[in-house]
Design a protein. Structure first.
Length: 332
């Protein structure tokens, strides 16, 4: 029996998942992926909500669905089976776009969608250990074939490294206090569950600070999840790889859920949407012209109605760009 067969999917994917900013994502991608024979990559397949909507709306579309999570492939595969060979699943991380394209037998694509961060499925599956709201094994792996878990991080990283991770990836101002309490607590008993960790974090964060800003463990859990899954390192590679993969006129849409993700997307889009002509150069040569045109005004938030229908959309920020100049780049 494979690892994915051991997993229990529970409710149908369609019943468990409300895709974030669905209509806006499809409208932004439409000019590129409504072309005959278009190919799109869903870089964060999840439970297949965005993918299903794209395949339903664009009848001649082929979709490559990338996800590192085996449960996601099982749930999305069941949901999207009716589309036959128009849906091509690839078990990979979203920075492995060239490999996914090679497996699918394509050299360029017309659209790419990223719905970043932890998925609804991962939060809802208690045994995965992503959520601080209930006690579970301290895991947090998006791909359960990987070895590094949150338990390994909190039990083996030294105090300075824990402090750096919690401050940098969690943007937690009490990182030093939390790291110190974690090291002290694990000397008495190794961490095994999310409940143990939440209790220590609550003891570390001042009571006054716990009255505002959400759950005191929120930022530390975010930091550990990012560390375990190398999320931001992968994203730094994924956005340039996505831009390189696009056809002329192709579009990339990315939704992020915290400032660290959004900064990476913004920086990558801006770099490719800016002329490379030297300052003061009298003429902009063809090779200096930007590759991208940014087609959203800053980071677009969800509507009030979307937040009402799906509370997990509240922190979403959406950016999109179009490929306006084709370039030849060295393969990564």
């Amino acid at each position: 029996m494979t690892q994915v067969e051991n997993l229990s999917p529970g409710k149908d994917a369609k019943d468990r998942h409300v895709p974030v900013m669905l209509d806006r994502c499809l409208d932004l991608l439409a000019p590129a992926i409504s072309r005959p024979g278009a190919v799109v990559i869903d870089g964060t397949l999840g439970m297949g909500g965005h993918s299903e909507a794209m395949l339903e709306r664009f009848k001649d579309l082929t979709l490559i669905g990338i996800d590192r999570d085996l449960m996601a492939h099982k749930l999305a595969g069941q949901r999207l089976a009716r589309f036959g060979d128009r849906f091509i699943p690839v078990h990979a991380v979203y920075d492995e776009i060239p490999r996914a394209m090679a497996e699918a037998g394509v050299t360029e694509v017309d659209g790419i969608l990223f719905d970043l961060g932890v998925s609804s499925m991962q939060l809802d599956e208690r045994e995965r250990g992503f959520a601080y709201s209930y006690d579970a094994p301290l895991d947090m792996r998006m791909d359960n074939t990987e070895e590094l878990t949150a338990a390994i991080v909190v039990n083996t990283y030294d105090e300075a490294e824990l402090r750096r991770i919690i401050r940098q990836w969690g943007e937690e101002k009490f990182a030093a206090r939390i790291a110190s309490r974690i090291v002290a607590a694990r000397s008495e008993r190794p961490f095994e569950t999310t409940g143990q960790l939440v209790k220590v974090i609550q003891q570390a964060v001042p009571v006054a600070a716990q009255r505002k800003g959400g759950h005191p463990a929120k930022r530390t859990f975010q930091a550990l999840r990012i560390e375990v899954n190398h999320e931001l390192d992968a994203l730094e590679r994924a956005i340039p790889a996505a831009i390189d993969a696009l056809n002329l006129g192709g579009r990339c849409v990315a939704m992020s859920y915290h400032s660290l993700e959004d900064k990476i997307v913004k920086r990558a889009f801006t770099a490719r949407a800016t002329s490379s002509a030297p300052k003061g150069f009298p003429v902009e040569l063809e090779e200096h012209k930007p590759e991208l045109k940014i087609i959203t005004r800053g980071a677009e938030p969800p509507t009030e109605q979307e937040i009402e229908e799906n509370s997990r959309a509240a922190s979403a920020k959406l950016r999109a760009a179009e490929k306006i100049k084709q370039t030849t780049r060295v393969s990564r």
